[in-house]
Design a protein around this ligand. Structure first.
Ligand code: F6P
Length: 323
């Protein structure tokens, strides 16, 4: 099957670096004489034919911009059989031969549905959660880590002055990758992640006690959003330790901002690779990066894979955070 026109969309939660991926796809396509139709608002745009032609110059000056110029959405309609059929029909009507979709696992599930309707695709992993199993790294993770670290460094100043206990919730959906990286980076006293159930006495109270004995008067605890109600944990700390904790939920600020070099370069490499896969006739793949090298996996296989936290990271966090 020959590819002449590709459709390009971003879907799910946005991630810094998505724009660099868009730029890389459009430019690689242009150089190889392929047309690109940008699809606005994720799969909703595919259902409604909300598209724009994108050429080499349309993606100038994008690398420093957070967010996604194509807009993004989570599309309930696309989760229905009728929605997918409508989207496939739009592709055929617009002459879209294949889709490149940038996003997380929900986005790739959508791509798989389209493949079942005869529309081939390639997925580029972009989510601040870094929770895609087939790849070591997802676009946006590094920028989100740095945004969270910058905020927590500021919080630390005031927590130190007031000798308080700070609990900070970071995003991550059901995964703790962001929490572990951020926690290690800020030297947190405790890092709570959904993948490793915690024991209040051992993992929180005891660590605070030991730190106090060593003269520490402020405490930083990083909680991944998937762990549960951070206010309940704060109340428990208040009751058990007599400290006066403060809760900060960093929220969507973690999704914005100028992408770091790592996110820009990863996006550039992955974007180029995605187009080259289509040119080689290798369809329904997810681009991946492992040990610094680009790879790709069958979408179905990629979606069936499971990703755990790296045990050495968890261990490093535990060893370095006791005092
Ligand atoms: O997947 C990215 C993410 O930011 C998660 O970390 C978070 O759980 C979710 O999206 C929030 O989604 P929304 O922007 O729809 O509230």
């Amino acid at each position: 099957m020959e590819i002449n026109r590709i459709g390009l969309l971003t879907s799910g939660g946005d991630a810094p670096g998505m724009n660099s991926a868009i730029r890389a796809v459009v430019r690689t396509a242009c150089i190889n004489k392929l047309e690109t139709l940008g699809i606005r608002r994720g799969y909703n745009g595919l259902i409604n034919g909300d598209v724009t032609e994108m050429g080499y110059r349309d993606v100038r000056g994008l690398n420093h911009m957070g967010g996604t110029i194509l807009y993004t959405a989570r599309s309930p309609e696309f989760q229905t059989e009728e929605g997918v059929a409508k989207a496939a029909k739009t592709c055929k009507y617009l002459g879209i031969d294949a889709i490149i979709c940038i996003g997380g696992d929900g986005t790739f599930r959508g791509a798989l549905d389209l493949a079942k309707h005869g529309i081939p695709s390639v997925g580029i992993p972009a989510t601040i959660d870094n929770d895609i199993a087939c790849t070591n790294y997802t676009i946006g993770f590094d920028t989100a880590c740095n945004t969270a670290i910058e905020a927590i460094d500021k919080l630390r100043d005031t927590m130190h002055s007031h000798e308080r206990c700070s609990l900070v919730e970071v995003m991550g959906h059901r995964a703790g990758h962001l929490a572990v990286y951020v926690g290690i980076s800020v030297g947190a006293n405790a890092i709570l992640v959904p993948e490793r159930p915690y024991d209040f006495e051992k993992d929180i109270a005891d660590r605070i006690r030991k730190s106090r004995i060593q003269g520490r008067t402020h405490f930083d605890i990083i909680v991944a959003e998937g762990v549960g109600d951070i206010h309940q944990i704060a109340n428990h700390i208040r009751e058990e330790t007599g400290l006066d904790p403060r809760v900060t939920i960093l929220g969507h600020v973690q999704r914005g901002g100028t992408p770091t070099a790592r996110d820009r370069v990863t996006a550039a490499r992955m974007g180029r690779h995605a187009v080259e896969l289509l040119l080689e006739g290798r369809f329904n793949r997810v681009v991946s990066i492992k040990d610094g090298h680009l790879q790709d996996f069958d979408i179905e296989e990629a979606l069936s894979m499971k990703k755990d936290l790296q045990e050495t990271m968890v261990e490093t966090a535990r060893i370095l955070s006791t005092g």
